[in-house]
Design a protein around this ligand. Structure first.
Ligand code: FAD
Length: 285
């Protein structure tokens, strides 16, 4: 099923995410975690694409297993900054063969050696290429606080508008911990004429290390209220997990109460965290 169709329906959608293994030895374990998450029957599941693109086959296989075993639609990610056109064509063919209709088209993080593709510089180049080479439902990434490499939020929004105009059906946000940042972004995006559905991305922080890593990579603001929670409970894995799930569930409840209908949870291959979020929202979704 196309995600654009799901988003057009009345009602709320909650989607969950997994990432592929780095090596084939880890494939079985990762697929098992992904299938446990799929058993929770989210609206759809995202399967990320390893930085550098070397594990794209795993992304495709895990997405296909989720669809075939649980009938949960999947959103397979695809990055371009370390790829050439031939590799992207092969990945599109693989996704098509496996019955995957939805793609998240991304640039990808810049490789540490600085060597980037001569075929694709930005996600917009990939979006245009996919639009010319297949009939996929296409999503893209957006950054409520501005992308970390972009000095000005207004410029980032101009580039986002270019991506949407190139043919995106929807957007998914980077994680954020302060809902006001998201509401402000939505106002600016709509003013700019970005009218596609925007899925709010929420990450349950279940250990202090994950918070430092995620905040450093994304540049996202960590509100004092949340910092205090991590300072207090970060030393106890069980307490931090529960506190992280509750903080994320509260963020989601506030989003729903403010009319946001589409939520994506970065569940990071953790079925227990995914189940905790679903349970905290039972009766609400
Ligand atoms: P782009 O939209 O190309 O933007 C990158 C930067 O370039 C921005 O600063 C933008 O303002 C700027 N820019 C864009 N167009 C122009 C232009 N024409 N001229 C000048 N500057 C321009 N990474 C992975 O490796 N695998 C994944 O599966 C993955 N999934 C993700 C899912 C989501 C929802 C999000 C938010 C991120 C994900 N990422 C993933 C991380 C993503 O690859 C990085 O954030 C990357 O740095 C930017 O990707 P993008 O597609 O947003 O890039």
């Amino acid at each position: 099923m196309r995600i654009s169709e799901l988003l057009r329906k009345d009602g709320v959608t909650l989607s969950l995410e997994v990432f592929p293994p780095k090596t084939s030895e880890k494939y079985t374990e990762t697929a098992a975690a992904a299938l446990k998450i799929a058993a929770l029957k989210p609206a759809f599941m995202s399967v990320t694409y390893g930085a550098g693109g070397g594990t794209g086959e795993f992304t495709a296989s895990i997405a296909a297993e989720i669809q075939n075993q649980f009938g949960v639609p999947t959103l397979a990610h695809l990055t371009c900054v370390s790829s050439d056109r031939a590799h992207v064509r092969r990945m599109l063919e693989t996704y098509r063969e496996k019955g995957i209709e939805n793609l998240l088209a991304l640039r990808g993080d810049l490789p540490p050696d600085g060597r980037i593709s001569t075929d694709y510089r930005y996600a917009v180049d990939l979006i245009r290429d996919i639009r010319e080479n297949g009939d996929f439902c296409l999503g893209g990434a957006c950054y409520p606080e501005g992308h970390i490499e972009c000095a000005h939020k207004a410029e980032d929004l101009t580039h986002l508008k270019e991506k949407v105009d190139a043919g995106l059906d929807f957007l998914t946000t980077q994680l954020f911990f302060n809902n006001d940042v998201f509401y402000n972004f939505m106002y600016r995006a709509r003013e700019k004429g970005i009218l596609v559905p925007v899925i709010a991305g929420i990450m349950p922080i279940t250990n202090a290390r994950l918070l430092s890593r995620s905040a450093a990579m994304s540049g996202t603001d960590v509100p004092q209220r949340f910092r205090a929670i991590v300072d207090c409970f970060g030393g106890s894995p069980a307490a931090m997990k529960q506190a992280g799930i509750i903080y994320a569930a509260e963020q989601i409840i506030d989003l729903l109460a403010n009319g946001i209908r589409h939520i994506h949870v970065y569940t990071m291959n953790k079925p227990d965290v995914a189940a905790g979020i679903m349970s905290a929202l039972s009766g609400i979704l």
